[in-house]
Design a protein around this ligand. Structure first.
Ligand SMILES: O=C(O)CC[C@@H]1NC(=O)NC1=O
Ligand SMILES: [Fe+3]
Length: 405
């Protein structure tokens, strides 16, 4: 359309991540055409239809690499205050329990979020979002889980939705009421889980604030049976699920997620072969979170070789949260996934594009450079895509293109 001409990037190298192509799905002498916010062409410049150029605005990419816009598929980005004091206590040798007794832990973030207004939550979150956007992130997931009562969880999810009105990003929200036991629950996990499943989730789903449902399946959090209670409700509401699984111990979290055809199971340091095989059968994505592994100084590596052998797709995300992964660099997360978990460069870059889109159930819309997909793109001043994973603390983003349809 005249007010929205076709734009053609020429003289570029494409990392398409298109299915059926090996590795990055690279196209060396490539071109990419955008029409009405969608990719109209992505491939060899020699194959670009002459018609596509008529009336088009053409840009010389000067040999730069173009990837899909990056996708951070696991964040707790909406939180208030910080846990730097807890970090200092840990450095002085305090245990997780001593920190909790000193008022630290998830519960301290719950208090801070409950005291903050929705506007204040948005104000505190925007600088963290800007850090991700600056590195080419165009879509991210934001979990609740620091409210732990209906009004506070609603406040957090409304704040998450507002981020997409204030910055050129797509936000997918995830309800994580089953994150921790709130202080007023008096230790009664079953009663709280009933509140989460029977009251909070239906109400927030009715407010259209929930795109997916998550839970923390762990000894210090909720049992597989309690998680199933929440997942049964999610299924009855037609909402997809994902799970913080096998992070600190093996409770069979990965297999539980697979039983519910979860979009993803996340962390997975303690997942066994039965869990990996179950995830392969259900198509559940393994979301690897090296920031948390690094920050809590975990020593048990997630079974990457098992995921490869069983064909379990792997994504990489920041797990941005104030307690175990105060990380707002998705590029650094890929370096950690390679350096600590031994993922290949191709696996890392697919893990923050195609596989991250799969983990959010939005692969039909984003995550690869294919005709019809949203024109969410990142243009990089690198000679080799490996530089994106190899360098630590350097941002080679040249341009970030966001679909405006
Ligand atoms: O400490 C926090 O604030 C969140 C911890 C974070 N949540 C979870 O389910 N696993 C984690 O590592
Ligand atoms: Fe998390």
């Amino acid at each position: 359309t005249p007010e929205n001409p076709v734009r053609v990037w020429r003289n570029v190298r494409l990392a398409t991540f298109a299915p059926g192509l090996a590795g990055l799905g690279a196209v060396e002498k490539g071109a990419l055409a955008i029409r009405d916010g969608r990719i109209a062409f992505a491939g060899a410049e020699a194959d670009l239809p002459a018609a596509a150029l008529r009336g088009a605005e053409t840009i010389d990419g000067e040999g730069r690499w173009i990837t899909p816009g990056l996708i951070d598929c696991h964040t707790h980005l909406v939180w208030a205050g910080d846990r730097a004091h807890e970090f200092e206590l840990r450095l002085r040798g305090a245990s997780y329990e001593e920190v909790a007794r000193a008022g630290g832990g998830i519960v301290s973030s719950v208090g801070a979020l409950r005291r903050a207004s929705e506007d204040e939550l948005v104000r505190q979150t925007l600088p963290r979002l800007d850090a991700l956007v600056a590195e080419g992130v165009t879509t991210l997931e934001v979990k609740s889980g620091y409210g732990l009562d209906l009004p506070s969880e609603r406040k957090a999810l409304r704040a998450a939705r507002r981020l997409a009105e204030l910055r050129p990003v797509s936000i997918r929200t995830t309800f994580l009421g089953a994150h921790a036991l709130p202080p007023e629950a008096g230790g009664d996990k079953d009663r709280y889980i009933a509140e989460v499943a029977d009251t909070m989730l239906p109400a927030l789903a009715a407010d259209h604030l929930v795109d997916a449902v998550d839970a923390f399946c762990e000894g210090i959090a909720f049992s597989p049976g309690q998680v199933a209670r929440v997942f049964d409700r999610a299924r009855s509401l037609g909402l997809p699920v994902k799970l913080h699984a096998d992070q600190l111990s093996n409770l069979g979290g990965a297999a539980l997620a697979a039983r519910y055809d979860a979009l993803s199971a996340d962390h997975l340091e303690h997942t066994d072969e039965a869990g990996a095989a179950a995830m392969a059968r259900s198509g559940t994505v393994a979301v690897l979170l090296p920031g948390a592994y690094y920050f809590i100084r975990e020593t048990k590596l997630p079974p990457v070789e098992l995921f490869r052998r069983h064909g379990v797709p792997m994504a990489v995300a920041t797990d941005a949260n104030p307690g175990t992964s105060p990380l707002t660099s998705l590029l650094l997360a890929t370096n950690m996934a390679a350096t600590l978990f031994r993922l290949t460069v191709d696996e890392c870059l697919a893990g923050v594009t195609r596989e991250a889109a799969r983990a959010l159930g939005i692969l039909s819309e984003v995550g690869t450079l294919e005709p019809g997909k949203r024109a969410d793109l990142a243009v990089w001043s690198v000679e080799r895509p490996a530089e994106l994973v190899y360098r630590m603390g350097f941002n080679p983003l040249h341009a970030r293109i966001r679909a405006v349809s």
